[in-house]
Design a protein around this ligand. Structure first.
Ligand SMILES: [Zn+2]
Length: 96
């Protein structure tokens, strides 16, 4: 007869909770990543929350800092608000 280690049959409370919590976090982060992809691929035209297109409006001026630009926007369909984040990607020479 083989002996059974009790820790093999009774889940240790803390480990179970941790695993569930990690699973929840992974799911949550995946969802948030999907929202980011939807938004960027639509060039900021599709609301990441309600998925309406063409309802996003600016709510403030553009602020620029260290190669990034930020602008408050909101969705006219679901009223959620967030900050658009832009990154400097290059420059165009200007003829003077
Ligand atoms: Zn919306």
């Amino acid at each position: 007869m083989s002996s059974i280690d009790i820790s093999d049959v009774i889940p240790i409370g803390d480990e179970t909770v941790d695993e569930n919590f990690e699973g929840f976090l992974e799911e949550y982060e995946d969802e948030e990543e999907d929202e980011q992809i939807i938004y960027v691929e639509s060039n900021g035209q599709t609301c990441p929350y309600c998925l309406e297109t063409g309802e996003i409006q600016t709510a403030g001026t553009v602020e620029i800092s260290d190669g990034y630009a930020f602008q408050e926007v909101f969705c006219g369909a679901c009223d959620r608000q967030w900050t658009d984040v832009y990154q400097l990607v290059g420059f165009n020479p200007t003829d003077v």
